[in-house]
Design a protein around this ligand. Structure first.
Ligand code: G6P
Length: 368
């Protein structure tokens, strides 16, 4: 019954719209601002190991790797844990140096991705303590890790990940807060973060209201062959994910980049009318992103900005301003990702693609 379309034309559309409810499930019973705590029952078996954790290593493939990149910022910021992120497919063959005190976190919707499972086994033989951030209950990654936190977003049928990606980001956020609490995170910052998490389902709901605007943009611009997605900080991986969504379901070429890297090469590609999607929530790098927007605008790009800022300067600079609600700055990818999912979905329809089963892709890649 859960996998019925329930009035939606496609699973991807249904899953995008389910996100306020699926995030509620991810957060339920785990985040408690009143009691100032995270309750992550799946980690209790690690009570003895956690005080010895000195660094984190996150790995996964595809969208899960993007979620891990966002997790890296959060673990460093909230838990002061030096963190690195690897593609599972690279990690498994690179003779990884696992130092003592490494918490290795495998991120996977299915828990069956062959590369992710192989990477997990590799780091385990080298002595890492392992945690799974998985959706599919009882899957291989869930069974083989020492402990874990499930996403609880329900079955994801659309091949392009949407609600599972958001669930991964939110679980990694909770993990970062949980580890932060055991280390140096102050009460004030903890409470602010817990409240930010609790507010997310409503903010995601509000961000879904961008659908009509994203649909119009998708139909207007789907004949452009090359797109860029730019972001900084936590929104750099969100830009990567936005570009991946567009590629996966519409087959349009898109590239995600850290906005400031443009000037080191990619800016040469910009010609008149090239769509450039910029993620610019009101945060510590906002003014820097504004200058990046100026750089691409002056080269003729068609600039679409996703922002929480109410800023006349930005309205002047951008061709299209897509407004999303303001969130805790570390959590902004959860809302900036929503219009990008909708843009990819509608671009796929505009191009007549099979959005739930894009060519050449599988929901779960269980062979190497
Ligand atoms: C496949 C899917 C992607 C997904 C990746 C990792 O390539 O098409 O959407 O992100 O696998 O899947 P996992 O189940 O490990 O999260």
């Amino acid at each position: 019954e859960e996998i019925e379309l329930k009035g939606h034309d496609h699973h991807m559309h249904k899953e995008i719209h389910e996100q306020p409810a699926s995030l509620q499930m991810t957060l339920r019973g785990r985040v408690n601002a009143a009691d100032r705590k995270f309750v992550l029952g799946g980690l209790t078996s690690l009570e003895r190991q956690l005080p010895n954790v000195e660094r984190a290593l996150l790995f996964g493939c595809g969208s899960a790797w993007h979620a891990a990149l966002i997790g890296e910022y959060m673990l460093e910021e909230l838990a002061s844990l030096p963190t690195s992120v690897e593609y599972a497919s690279e990690l498994r063959y690179r003779n990884p140096l696992i130092e003592r005190g490494t918490l290795a976190v495998g991120v996977s919707q299915s828990g069956e991705t062959a590369d992710t499972l192989a990477a997990l086994r590799e780091v385990q033989t080298r002595g890492a303590t392992t945690v799974g951030v998985v959706n599919a209950v009882g899957s291989s990654v869930a069974r083989e890790t020492d402990a874990g936190v499930y996403l609880h977003v329900g079955p994801e049928i659309g091949v392009a990940s949407t609600k599972a990606f958001l669930g991964q980001v939110v679980v990694l956020a909770m993990l970062a807060g949980y580890m932060g609490r055991r280390r140096h995170l102050s009460d004030d910052r903890l409470i602010e973060f817990l409240e930010g998490l609790e507010a997310l389902p409503d903010k995601v709901k509000e961000a879904l209201e961008t659908e009509q605007q994203m649909k119009e943009l998708a139909y207007a611009l789907c004949d452009r062959e090359h797109w860029l997605y730019l972001g900084r900080g936590v929104n750099f991986p969100a830009a990567l994910e936005g570009a991946l969504k567009l590629k996966e379901v519409s087959y349009i070429h898109a590239e995600g980049l850290p906005a400031a890297e443009m000037k080191h090469g990619p800016i040469a590609m910009i010609d008149k009318g090239m769509p450039v999607v910029v993620l610019a929530p009101k945060d510590g790098v906002y003014s820097k992103v504004l200058s990046n927007i100026e750089e691409v605008r002056s080269r003729g790009a068609r600039v679409i900005v996703v922002t929480s800022a109410d800023d006349p300067e930005l309205d002047q600079l951008a061709h299209d301003v897509v407004r999303v609600p303001e969130t805790h700055s570390l959590l902004s990818p959860v809302v900036t990702s929503i219009p990008l999912q909708l843009l990819a979905y509608h671009a796929a329809l505009a191009k007549g693609r099979d959005v739930d089963k894009p060519r050449n892709l599988a929901k779960s890649v269980t062979v190497e």
